[in-house]
Design a protein around this ligand. Structure first.
Ligand SMILES: [Zn+2]
Ligand SMILES: [Zn+2]
Length: 338
């Protein structure tokens, strides 16, 4: 079978690997049908990921068909269509035991710490596969994972009906967060420094948009909330200054959610946090969000086709990465077809 492997930063090859077989009783062998390219795949390729190791078969957003199951597998059977949760946790550390396995002390993420889904066949533990309707197109099934990330962000923020949510940044991930906020009945204010992205955010239903390069985000948010500030602020721009804007835009007792992996400094004073009892919360991957997101997909509450802009045959991975590099503003989710 063919596998897309990043050998070292900036060197990607399609290699011929032996087709895996089920080796453990709880394993499932999946024939991969579609996979999405994520910003973190690109950062592993470019050598900027702080967590990846090499060589690595990348890809953590994928779906496929079950072709073999271990003796103890009961939840899925051969022929089922499944989406795969890339979060692999130990289940026994203190973090897992308090129900926070997405930040397990021994966390392994498929496509990051261990080989992922950009290959024709992959084995994964049964607990990581989630059946989807056989009517769901493969390209949509492969988008479930990025929406679990958005669902996690929104759940960490405690977003509720009637809330006003500031989303700093209007890129593709921010738009998925917007879509999830809408399901929950919250309205969103979105910022960016690129005008085209703000136009798109409006098309996706953002209540208000602001170019934060030209205007003051904090003053704008306060003007829309009777001077109080928004209920939840999500930093999806992740550029340091955006975290400061988020913290200053949120109301007293509000929640700020951080998503970035960079190490630039955000100039937030302790006073900002203490005086208003802010909750500043990180969010990572997803914690048991697959069933909820699959239900939203199947009920038609989420429309992932709106973020899919390109398709490539998986063997054209280099062309797909070039597309992302050369035309980032017109490229949201790229699906690799297997
Ligand atoms: Zn991703
Ligand atoms: Zn653990």
């Amino acid at each position: 079978m063919k596998a897309i492997r990043v050998l070292s930063p900036n060197i990607i090859k399609i290699e011929e690997d032996p087709t895996p077989r089920v080796e453990k009783d709880d394993e499932v062998l999946i024939k991969v049908k579609a996979a999405g390219i994520c910003g973190s795949d690109v950062s592993i390729y470019r050598g900027t990921s702080p967590v990846a190791t090499y060589p690595r078969v990348i890809g953590h957003e994928f779906a496929g068909e079950v072709v073999e199951t271990g003796a103890a597998v009961a939840r899925v059977k051969v022929g089922d269509h499944v989406s795969v949760n890339p979060v692999c946790n130990c289940g026994v550390c203190k973090v897992c035991l308090i129900g926070r396995g997405n930040v397990c002390a021994n966390l392994k993420v498929l496509g990051v710490h261990t080989d992922g889904g950009f290959r024709e066949y992959v084995t994964v533990p049964e607990k990581n596969v989630f059946p989807v309707s056989p009517d769901m197109p493969w390209q949509l099934a492969s988008c479930i994972e990025p929406y679990t990330v958005a669902a996690q962000v929104v759940s960490r923020g405690g977003v509720a009906a009637g809330d006003t949510v500031l989303i700093c940044g209007s890129g593709q991930i921010a738009l998925t967060i917007l879509q999830v906020c809408h399901i929950l009945g919250a309205k969103c204010i979105m910022t960016d420094i690129i005008e085209d992205r703000l136009v798109r955010a409006k098309e996706f239903g953002a209540a208000h948009v602001l170019n934060s390069k030209n205007e003051d985000t904090v003053a704008f948010v306060k003007s829309l909330t009777d001077g109080l500030g928004c209920d939840v602020a999500i930093d999806a721009a992740c550029v340091g200054v955006s975290l400061k804007e988020a913290a200053l835009s949120v109301r007293p007792a509000g929640t700020v959610v951080t998503m970035g992996f960079h190490d630039s400094q955000a100039q937030i004073t302790e006073f900002t946090i203490t005086s208003r009892e802010l909750d500043i919360r990180g969010t990572r991957l997803n914690n048991n969000k697959f069933p909820q997101v699959i239900q939203w997909f199947e009920e038609g509450k989420l429309d992932p086709t709106r973020i899919i802009t390109h398709h490539f045959k998986f063997t054209d991975i280099e062309a797909a990465l070039d597309q992302l590099k050369n035309d980032p503003e017109n490229t949201m989710k790229i699906i690799l077809d297997f």
